[in-house]
Design a protein around this ligand. Structure first.
Ligand code: PEP
Ligand code: MN
Length: 350
């Protein structure tokens, strides 16, 4: 059972709920988010009646959640949660596109990337400074220097930055360097110690789907973060591994409506790592938006053939600009918006 406290509920009210749960012989799990506190009763829930809690001060609602994932379930939070990343709202009517290179390489590459993605209408910038590579001999990323290069390139365009965290020992550095959204890559989706630490911070997390993770495993991974008190989680479908070898991964478009039904949290799609080829990215992006994704994470490089990592799947700036125009039109057909700079200029001059 979960007990949803009112925003700003006092410590005394929280303690009272906790005591009542314990009196009934159950354990208590408290998730203190920035917006509200959620209290879980863990154990044989049949002993508890939700009504018994609703009369206590500071309690908004209490209910039995049937799903194994609780805090992330739409069951208790029917409205979609929106996440504010420095003024960029994820999960609302407006779609958000995060774009940039696979990895941070050089200052000029980052400067050009930032200018290109911003002018095409992306609202956040990506770039990996710590790269999970299959080969230990492949480029592993620029490390902390890369975080600074990403921040420096994105700042003049007002783009919040998204970058992957692989090692919990780097978490404080990520926070110090002003990483706006922490990406947890497919390979770390079930790194539970890492997820627990992310539960303690107040920075939004993009949780990518594991290479062969089921929807349930993915939701449970998010629950680890939420259980620690960080409720700012964005799911990212990036393709799953199947028997098919004609493309890098199979984009599971079905996951989008399923996840939107199961969780109140935003869901975005990474078409780049799904297809693995730049020419597939437009079609997969269109499918994702049509299926109800809240946004996209797309690899863009000023000169894809020269990319140090994932060169085959990066879009050039002009390909990305064209794709954004198409996506903007598709978004309208599905009741969403994707404002792109040309449109914004036209709207202002009208
Ligand atoms: C990435 O986004 O650069 C990345 C490594 O993605 P994934 O974890 O989905 O493979
Ligand atoms: Mn990549």
């Amino acid at each position: 059972m979960i007990i949803v406290m009112e925003p700003g509920a006092s410590e005394e009210a929280i303690a009272r709920v906790e005591a009542k749960i314990r009196e009934n012989g159950l354990d208590v799990h408290i998730s203190r988010g920035t917006e509200r506190t959620l209290i879980g009763a863990v154990g044989d829930e049949r002993k508890l009646e939700p009504e018994a809690f609703e009369t206590l001060p500071g309690v908004e609602r209490s209910l039995h959640i049937l799903k194994p994932y609780k805090l992330v379930a739409r069951e208790w939070h029917h409205a979609s949660t929106v996440i504010d990343v420095g003024g960029v709202i994820v999960g609302g009517r407006e779609l958000q596109v995060i774009a940039g290179p696979c990895s941070v390489e050089t200052e000029p590459q980052m400067r050009e990337s930032a200018a290109a993605v911003a002018s095409a209408g992306a609202r956040m910038m990506r770039g990996g400074a710590f790269k999970p590579r299959t080969s230990p001999y492949a480029f592993q990323g620029k490390g902390v220097e890369g975080l600074d290069m990403l921040k420096k390139a994105a700042a003049p365009h007002g783009l919040p930055i998204v970058t992957e965290l692989m090692d919990v020992r780097m978490l404080d550095t990520f926070l110090d360097r002003g990483v706006d959204v922490i990406q947890i890559g497919a390979r770390n989706m079930q790194n539970f110690d890492l997820l627990k630490e992310l539960g303690r911070v107040n920075v939004p997390v993009i949780l990518k789907r594991g290479l062969s993770a089921t929807i349930n495993e993915w939701l449970m991974a998010a629950e680890y973060i939420a259980a620690g008190g960080n409720h700012k989680i964005i799911f990212c479908e990036r393709g799953v591994r199947t028997f098919e070898t004609a493309y890098r991964n199979v984009l599971d478009v079905t996951a989008v409506p399923v996840l939107k039904r199961e969780t109140h949290l935003p869901v975005i799609v990474d078409p780049s790592h799904a297809g693995g080829k730049a020419w597939m990215v437009p079609a997969l992006s269109c499918a994702a938006v049509a299926a109800g994704a809240d946004g996209l994470l797309i690899e863009v490089h000023p000169s894809p053939v020269d990319a140090w990592c994932d060169a085959d799947q990066a879009l050039s700036p002009s390909e990305f600009t064209m794709l954004m125009q198409t996506l903007s039109q598709i978004s309208m057909a599905v009741g969403r918006t994707l404002p792109i700079p040309d449109m914004m200029r036209q709207a202002k001059s009208a």
